[in-house]
Design a protein around this ligand. Structure first.
Ligand code: WQD
Length: 347
């Protein structure tokens, strides 16, 4: 089995941190990225951290012939971590067909190529969004998958079903879907991190852009939820812990005796934090005051979600090592680095 791992979306936020973790574990990485939501600066950042530049192919996964040509060029690749997808909930509501094409058609093209392999290993980037507002907390992997609140969430649910159906009929195909809770933070070197394009939709990049003065103030979407302080609760997981889980999951697939298997794991800290707790943690760990105001709820937000991590702890032997404070501090160090580089480039 080749030690070469294909990472699609490998120049993205979670993808780039996973590439670093794979390289540090001795794997050789090939990245596919169409640069629609990333840049080649990320490849330079990865190289600065590991001193190894992964092979990079600017491939459009929506083009079946380009996917086919890629596997003809790299016939030895039988292990794939698939991050490449559109992931903005709001955008998916406005443009559902873009999401069904970009998140699902591409998945089927990759899986069709892997069906030719003697043995294939596939890791899918899924999301806790498949649970919607779970009936019970913490959320276990056998919690019911509810009707998705957005086309984005639907593409994750359908993507998992496509993979499960493929594993059922292909005796040489093993797969794991990893359901992320809320990934935040950045590599401690501040060479790679989250690079939201335009106005950040997610909480932590909006916090760091507010703290650095790019945004006037943070809008807290509602403080009238049935929670202790009235704000929504989420499970914020450090992207470095998340990256480590992907390496462990890939090693599990490659070492497993079974030739065909499909498993699902939640990746979270197991702890819920409210929006106000995140703000307090940010101010405490960075010393930065954060201007914010309470506004109306955001359409589609659920009250609370945090992971039951027992299955990943037991089966993968993995659990998070990093605390919320550390994740927010790393996000802040990254934000300062980004702004410094923008200012230097403007001179
Ligand atoms: C977190 C909390 C907001 C911004 C989404 C996707 C999920 C995954 C992670 C891809 C909520 C509040 C936010 C702001 C705020 N993405 N908030 N002001 O919605 O839990 O999950 O991103 O896989 O699939 O659904 O994350 O960071 O957008 O929001 O008050 O400016 O912060 O209301 O309670 P979310 P988020």
């Amino acid at each position: 089995m080749s030690s070469k791992i294909l990472v699609t979306g490998g120049l993205g936020f979670i993808g780039s941190h996973t590439v670093v973790a794979l390289q540090e574990k001795g794997f050789e990485v090939v990245i596919i990225d169409n640069l629609s939501n990333s840049s080649l600066d990320v490849l330079a950042g990865i190289t600065k951290i590991t001193q190894k530049t992964p092979a990079f192919e600017n491939i459009e996964l929506r083009d079946k012939s380009q996917v086919k040509e890629f596997f003809e060029k790299y016939p030895e690749i039988d292990s794939v971590i698939h991050f490449a997808a559109s992931k903005a909930v709001g955008e998916s509501v406005e443009n559902p067909l873009l999401y069904y094409e970009n998140n699902l058609t591409t998945l089927t093209y990759l899986l069709q190529e892997l069906q030719q392999k003697k043995q294939a290993n596939f890791i899918f980037s899924s999301s806790c969004t498949v649970y919607g507002q779970a009936d019970q907390l913490p959320i276990t992997e056998d919690a019911p998958v509810k009707k998705a609140e957005s086309p984005y969430g639907n593409t994750k649910q359908i993507g998992e079903e496509i993979i499960a159906d493929t594993a059922k009929i292909n005796k040489n195909f093993k797969a794991i879907s990893l359901r992320y809770f809320n990934p935040i933070g950045a590599h401690p070197s501040a060479e790679i991190g989250e690079l939201p394009i335009g106005t950040p939709q997610n909480l932590v990049p909006f916090i760091t852009q507010t703290a650095i003065g790019k945004r006037k103030e943070l809008s807290v979407f509602g403080d009238d939820y049935p929670t202790e302080d009235g704000t929504c609760i989420r499970d914020y997981i450090h992207v470095m812990d998340l990256a480590q889980a992907h390496v462990i999951a890939m090693e599990r697939l490659r070492e497993q005796k079974e030739k065909s298997n499909y498993e699902v794991f939640n990746l979270g800290t197991g702890k819920g934090s409210s929006v106000l707790e995140v703000i307090n943690s940010f101010e405490r760990s960075t010393g930065q005051k954060l201007p914010y105001k309470i506004v109306d709820r955001r359409e589609g937000d659920i009250t609370a979600a945090y992971a039951d991590t027992e299955k990943a702890n037991k089966e993968l032997g993995w659990k998070t090592k990093r605390h919320l404070d550390e994740a927010l501090k790393s996000a802040w160090e990254w934000q300062k680095k980004v702004v410094k580089e923008e200012e230097e480039a403007a001179q």
